[in-house]
Design a binder for this molecule. Structure first.
Ligand SMILES: [Zn+2]
Length: 80
């Protein structure tokens, strides 16, 4: 993961991180600018926002849940 310095817009390195939620969806990244003329240190908050594609296991679980709501006849028709 790459972080840009908000001051000089050069690359910064992540020196440490602090997870703010038990699901690890929000993390504070402590950063230090690599530009020797800047050397700014700052914190960037990285957070999960939404799925673009759900994980495969979730998709399988959704399919299984749908199948479990079908009648025997509907399941038989689906298998044809
Ligand atoms: Zn900088």
């Amino acid at each position: 993961m790459s972080v840009d310095c908000p001051n000089c817009l050069q690359k910064a390195r992540i020196t440490s991180r602090n997870t703010l939620t038990k699901e690890k969806t929000v993390v504070d990244l402590y950063c230090e600018c690599k530009n020797p003329l800047c050397q700014a240190r700052f914190v960037v908050t990285n957070s999960f926002t939404r799925w673009i594609n759900p994980p495969a296991k979730t998709t399988a679980q959704i399919a299984l849940n749908l199948l479990n709501h079908l009648s025997k006849e509907e399941k038989a028709e689906l298998l044809k």
